[in-house]
Ligand binder design. Structure first.
Ligand code: NAD
Length: 390
């Protein structure tokens, strides 16, 4: 199924049963993100014409398999091409070289051919790992994303970034490998733990904060409906976020320009996440919430925005129930500024030894900056940490 691109990315093309298709326009590698409740059980309808005569495999994690694997396997059995399912342990530790190599070997053992498909059923961890494997097995096989976490539906399943973590940092090894289809079934979010849901919400809010002030205003008015899983509110949240990401990815697929805006809050956030040890202590989206609040605070100090704007952003995240400051991270100790700046120096966004920061001139007005010195960032963080411990 191909969306009617004349209808524009923001509203999406309506499909039967209330679903919408949002196109990601990348020339020969264009694909649709289908968003709607109940798509999983109909996966065969969408995947069949992408498969030809080849086989497909499913990669998922234990939590997701328990709740959502059966309908997908049943749907694929209708196609008669399901070669196997790999169920991995949940969590960030699964994005590792060890998991990648055994996954690739398993794919080869199933007989997955060049024309075959890897179907990632899960959150961002499964999407990033399975996408990486799909990009290197037989020098690249097809890939379909079925995101099951809110973070994956609004962000990580779209845009083709794949990767794993190493002791040197997160996502430092990976590829760009676009999926040929993304099926975002919003009904799957019903089983997502509430804390994971809120962490995913942060990545959706990020799209408003970086480029769509109206969307952020809508979130401020409607976040309770989103948190209550109101179907219409969820559809709008996912649809607007995907359209925002699709537009940016279409302009800058490999992150040499505009795509960097998606890292709003991520340079600070990744540093805090690394310091906290990539654990349940601090989820990725929670770290991003802290990072976004720090980025807005820094912009206040730099005279780019009024303090009231940073306060408005922090107030919204606090109302949603995510941490807004490093001091909110559970555990006795806090990091020092030098530790965080050192971790930030390892970030992929460092060019010629200079930090790349995403700053704002207001809500929805983000821009890329390489002008802020490491010393300025260090002193800012020292004040932030000192302020809270005083
Ligand atoms: P995740 O994949 O670990 O999922 C979070 C938890 O929710 C896991 O325990 C998972 O088993 C569980 N879960 C997922 N869907 C569920 C469901 N429907 N019901 C019950 N449990 C469910 O983490 P995430 O937050 O989805 O993704 C984070 C990862 O995404 C990070 O590794 C991050 O680096 C990556 N990421 C990638 C991109 C990209 O562009 N590729 C963008 C943002 C984040």
């Amino acid at each position: 199924m191909t969306a009617d691109r004349s209808r524009g990315a923001t509203s999406g093309t309506p499909l039967p049963d209330g679903a919408v298709a949002i196109p990601v326009d990348l020339g020969a590698r264009s694909y649709d993100v289908l968003i709607g409740a109940g798509l999983l059980a109909r996966a065969n309808e969408f995947i069949g014409n992408r498969l030809g005569a080849a086989k497909c495999v499913i990669v998922t994690d234990e939590n997701v398999a328990q709740r959502h694997l059966a309908p997908l396997e049943t749907a694929l059995q209708r196609l008669g091409r399901h070669a196997g399912t790999r169920i991995l342990p949940p969590g960030e530790a699964t994005k590792s070289f060890g998991a990648l190599s055994s996954l690739c070997e398993w794919m080869l053992e199933t007989g997955l051919e060049r024309g075959g498909l890897v179907i990632a059923l899960g959150g961002g961890v499964i999407g990033d790992l399975a996408g990486f494997a799909a990009s290197i097995v037989r020098r690249g096989v097809g890939f379909v994303q079925i995101p099951t976490s809110l973070l994956a539906q609004v962000d990580s399943s779209v845009g083709g970034k794949t990767g794993i973590n190493t002791p040197q940092g997160k996502n430092l090894v990976g590829t760009f490998h676009q999926p040929s289809l993304v099926l975002a079934d919003t009904a799957l979010l019903a089983t997502l733990p509430a804390r994971e849901f809120r962490a995913g919400y942060v990545e959706a809010a990020k799209f408003g904060l970086l480029g769509d002030a109206q969307f952020f205003g809508w979130l401020e008015q409607n976040y309770r409906a989103v948190l209550a899983h109101d179907p219409a509110a969820l559809a709008r949240l996912v649809g607007t976020s995907v359209a925002g990401k699709a537009a940016i990815v279409a302009r800058d697929e490999t992150e040499t320009g505009d795509r960097m805006l998606l890292n709003l809050g991520h340079t600070f956030g990744h540093a805090v996440e690394a310091w906290a040890g990539y654990s349940q202590r601090l989820l990725h989206g929670e770290a991003v919430a802290i990072g976004i609040c720090l980025a807005f605070e820094l912009c206040t100090e730099l005279g780019l925005i009024d303090a009231a704007i940073a306060q408005r952003v922090a107030a919204h995240f606090a109302a949603v129930g995510v941490p807004t400051h490093i001091a909110d991270v559970p555990g006795a100790e806090t990091p020092d500024a030098a530790t965080l700046v050192k971790i930030m120096g390892q970030d992929k966004k460092v060019r010629d030894g200079k930090l790349t920061l995403i700053l704002v001139r207001g809500i929805g007005k983000a821009f890329v900056s390489r002008d802020v010195s490491t010393e300025t960032v260090h002193d800012f963080l020292a004040r932030q940490l000192g302020d809270k411990s005083a």
